[in-house]
Write a protein that binds this ligand. Structure first.
Ligand code: FAD
Length: 334
């Protein structure tokens, strides 16, 4: 049975937490394949992880102890620097050798950058932004959000071809697995091939000038979404937030994109990840990208005029109301 392969996301000396979500998704695929074909234990697809890093061994050990998964510790040339070209050059021969059925990559800025090109090199199917995987008895189906997250497109790849998937953060919950023994670790060193064309070099990574400390420290976050209607309504949202001690105002991305509020206040996959005691989502639909940044909140309260908004599936309390009417009534009675 062809293995399911994961490309660990490495940042400096660390494995990024999204890697544990990729492992959870791989386990899910494993189970779905088993149920689909009644695969006997001997042919149960294995999971393997490639860890591309300058010093991959400590990271490989950490992963292999996570449920006894086999790891390829791929030592990449120094100075180690990510570029999509380099990743495709380094990874494609290793992956071709392993001949996996699935290649799982995080849907992060890095994963989105190299995964489609990698799929081209591997002559594989490429599906980006997957948030759900199911089986219908005829194979696996992959869903990805479309039309501004209001619909899910369900895709069925041609059978027999390898599939490169980028998986949305927050869609596959990481789990703890018990394993008696750690998995096997194989080490391999990539030597830069002089003949390979170098289309770009990695110069440096600049830290973004953001200051979202207030958001990170707040015990209550009042987050405004497109449902607040107008920029001028932010003033009332601010006053609403001040009714709570240790509070801060956050926002969904459209408000930042429209220039209503600063990027420091954006919550989500491309903004801040927060974990307050109370998260008040005001006119926010609950896209997977937004949920990824606030899913660790202790309590979530949604104020939304649509009782079927996706956020309601994740909230502890859903208040079905016009958000500005609710906030103004609250302020009048405070
Ligand atoms: C690569 C990528 C990265 C992204 N990163 C992020 C990110 O980090 N953070 C983020 O937030 N988004 C991110 N997005 C955008 C994301 O997909 C959604 O578009 C966004 O989260 C939607 O914001 P929203 O909920 O405010 O708006 P909408 O989806 O438009 O939802 C508005 C909500 O308000 C409700 N509403 C409308 N009027 C009222 C009213 N009068 N009273 C009460 N409720 C009302 C509606 O019912 C609806 O549920 C990203 C998208 C991509 C493609």
């Amino acid at each position: 049975m062809k293995p399911i392969l994961i490309i660990a996301e490495v940042m400096g000396e660390c494995v990024r937490p999204v890697t544990w979500e990729l492992i959870a998704a791989a386990r899910m695929i494993q189970n779905l394949i088993e149920k689909e074909g009644g695969v006997n234990k001997k042919k149960f697809p294995g999971i393997q992880v490639i860890v591309p890093a300058q010093n991959p061994m400590p990271l490989a050990k950490k992963i292999s102890s996570h449920g006894g998964i086999d790891v390829l510790a791929l030592e990449i040339p120094t100075p180690a620097a990510y570029t999509s070209e380099a990743y495709k050059n380094w990874l494609s021969p290793e992956i071709s050798e392993l001949a996996p059925s699935h290649i799982l990559v995080a849907h992060t800025s890095q994963g989105r950058d190299f995964a489609p090109g990698l799929a081209v090199r591997l002559k594989a199917v490429s599906i980006s932004g997957v948030n759900r995987i199911v089986s219908d008895g005829d194979g696996l189906l992959y869903s990805r959000p479309v039309l501004n997250n209001t619909r899910n497109m369900v895709l069925r790849p041609e059978s027999g071809l390898p599939v490169v998937l980028t998986l949305m953060a927050g869609s596959f919950s990481p789990q703890t697995y018990e394993a008696k023994d750690p998995g096997l670790i194989i080490t391999k060193k990539i030597s830069p091939k002089p003949g390979l064309p170098v289309q770009m070099v990695h110069e440096k990574i600049l830290k973004q000038e953001t200051n979202n400390q207030a958001l990170k420290m707040a015990q209550t976050i009042v987050a405004a979404g497109r449902g607040i209607g107008e920029k001028s309504n932010l003033e009332a949202v601010l006053r609403f937030a001040k009714c709570f001690s240790s509070s801060a105002v956050g926002a969904s991305r459209p408000l930042v994109d429209m220039g209503w509020i600063g990027y420091d206040q954006q919550v989500g996959i491309t903004g801040a990840s927060v974990a307050p005691m109370l998260y008040l989502a005001c006119g926010i639909s609950g896209s997977s990208q937004h949920l990824a940044g606030m899913k660790e909140s202790d309590w979530v309260v949604s104020i939304n005029k649509n009782p079927d908004a996706p956020i309601c599936r994740h909230a502890d309390l859903c208040i079905t109301a016009g958000v500005m009417e609710f906030i103004r009534t609250f302020l009048e009675n405070d």
